[in-house]
Ligand binder design. Structure first.
Ligand code: MSP
Length: 537
């Protein structure tokens, strides 16, 4: 193992006020995919995820349910931990902001900033949105004098509050963004931050009076207040790794809605004020919608979408999410497209290729991968050459977060193997008594086995279980790294293949089952007796 600092990667921590939905699931799968790619590239990785458990919404949700906020958080935490299991997420830690390890660090930093004069007390009169848990500006009022819908009820309040000197850091932050064009991925999101910083920014109110909100971390220098939930939540990235030598994070994976201002403005300025290094990168993904509608806890549409992980299998669901969304852009969740990808890309292209190899080898080489001469003819050479071009392109695009492109490239190779087997027609070669045909047959099987092995290595970060099963079918163990396992080799020679395998069993969607049921009922229903013409009942 290398002695370098582990690649430290995080997800956003989810609000503990509802069930997990597709947005949460996707972010975990994306981060897990990045983490697994890094591990397979030989880097040690530390992967953190968790729950954001304080704040007004969490308090209100608990109240509605007749629970204490902590009871509700404990309940929600069970669901979110289960989500990680269901999606085969390889996180190393799970932080909850109600844990003492987190609270202690938040209070330490608050005190540090207060002592340095970077947090000050002032009276503030303003308009407050309960739904957004923030003060809103009068200029945001609509033409008719009403507040935008997203703010819910807005009331004028005057209160004493504590402020973090955010303004002090504006010019420095602009400089940082300009000097580090790659700090935010994808690059176009950086402009959004620079746009935001063109306007004047206010110091950040980091306190909430306990009278209004008690569910939070007390300010260490004034027990009448709790900490603003974002100031609390962002610190999780540091508090979870206190004393572990893991900071700075190498990548924070977040959705586009929480880039500006929390992650791209508050967080870097907080870190600068604390004398801590900035995260190396913000990886910002877009949002999933469904037929143009929002997927979120408030619309409640999430649960049934996540059932697809069970219906198609975790790996296939992960494949769909990673294949379908271009990191940075929005995507539409389409159940029909999921079914198509499952059947076409996975079942008919990858699964079927394996089946064909296993069945031909079972019939002709007693299930052994022949130790065929590597050279073969021009078709064999072309397949090997295609792999030689595929492998670096696959890794390059995947390490650059362009996973959709990486998979696209890989499937060109998988389809080429299908074309190769069709052209070679090993079932015909098997019938021939010519020694040259036997040689060709053996070369074909050897190339198919090796090609499938390489595909299995490639897909491991996205479909870890399928990768393991594919290796098992080839008589191998899945390796831990790309290095030494990603070039065309002879390691499959002489291995015993599985007799058969169904990697992607046929799936009947609930809609198809219902349609089949209805068709059956219609077909078996007794036909209404024919009435003689003219007679009406
Ligand atoms: N608690 C804050 C984050 C604090 S991080 C210090 C929060 N929580 S959240 O539950 O609302 O969202 C968690 C993550 O899920 C965010 O990165 C958000 O962008 C992502 N998603 C929520 N809905 C989403 C979609 N419909 N699609 C994709 N991701 C979305 O914000």
């Amino acid at each position: 193992m290398s002695s370098a600092k582990p690649f430290y990667i995080t997800t956003a921590i989810d609000y503990a006020n509802g069930k997990p939905h597709l947005g949460h699931a996707y972010e975990k799968v994306l981060t897990d995919t990045i983490a697994r790619f890094r591990r397979m590239s030989g880097e040690p990785v530390h992967f953190l995820t968790g729950l954001d458990e304080h704040g007004q919404k969490v308090q209100q949700t608990a109240e509605k349910l007749g629970l204490t906020p902590q009871e509700n958080c404990d309940r929600v935490a069970v669901d979110f931990r289960q989500l990680l299991v269901d999606l085969d997420i390889s996180n190393d830690d799970f932080i909850r902001t109600t844990e003492p390890r987190h609270k202690a660090v938040v209070q330490k930093y608050l005190q540090q900033l207060f002592d340095a004069g970077l947090i000050y007390r002032a009276d503030y009169t303003g308009f407050y949105s309960v739904r957004q848990e923030q003060f809103v500006l009068e200029k945001e009022k609509l033409e008719n004098g009403a507040w935008p819908e997203i703010y819910g009820e807005v009331t004028q309040v005057t209160e004493s509050a504590y402020f973090f000197r955010l303004k002090n850091y504006k010019d420095w932050l602009i400089g940082h963004l300009e000097a580090n064009p790659e700090w935010i991925y994808p690059a176009f999101r950086r402009n959004q931050v620079l746009e935001f910083l063109k306007e004047d920014i206010n110091d950040l109110c980091i306190s909430r009076p306990k009278a209004r909100l008690s569910w939070g971390i007390e300010l260490p220098f004034d027990r009448e207040f709790v900490t603003y939930v974002w100031f609390d939540a962002l610190v999780n990235y540091v508090s979870a790794v206190e004393g572990k030598g893991l900071w700075p994070a190498d990548a924070h994976v977040i959705g586009k809605d929480i880039l500006v201002p929390p992650h791209a403005v508050y967080w870097p300025c907080m870190l600068k004020a604390l004398g801590l290094e900035l995260p190396k990168k913000l990886v910002v993904h877009g949002w999933w919608g469904m037929g143009g509608a929002k997927i979120s806890k408030s619309t409640g549409g999430g649960g049934s979408i996540l059932d697809n992980a069970q219906l198609y299998g975790t790996d296939a669901f992960r494949y769909y999410l990673i294949r379908e969304m271009v990191v940075g852009n929005d995507a539409d969740f389409n159940p029909d497209q999921l079914a198509i990808r499952y059947r076409a890309d996975l079942g008919n292209t990858l699964g079927n290729l394996l089946n064909r190899l296993l069945s031909i080898a079972g019939k002709n080489t007693a299930g052994l991968v022949p130790a065929a001469a590597l050279a073969g003819d021009e078709k064999d050479a072309a397949l090997r050459a295609l792999w030689a071009a595929t492998a670096p392109a696959y890794l390059d695009t995947a390490m650059g977060y362009r996973f959709h492109e990486a998979l696209d490239t890989l499937w060109v190779f998988v389809r080429a193997m299908n074309a190769y087997i069709d052209e070679r027609a090993p079932w015909k070669l098997a019938k021939s008594t010519e020694p040259a045909d036997r040689e060709k047959l053996e070369a074909t099987l050897a190339h198919l086995a090796e090609g499938l092995r390489l595909v299995a290595v490639a897909i491991a970060p996205i479909m870890p279980t399928i990768a393991k099963r594919l290796h098992e079918c080839l008589g191998l163990e899945a390796p831990a790294t790309f290095a030494g396992n990603f070039e065309w080799s002879g390691v499959t020679a002489g291995k015993t293949l599985a007799a058969s395998a169904i990697l992607f069993p046929p799936v009947v969607t609930p809609e198809e089952a219902a349609a089949a049921e209805a068709a059956k009922a219609a077909a078996t229903a007794p036909k209404p007796a024919k009435q003689p013409k003219g007679e009406k009942k």
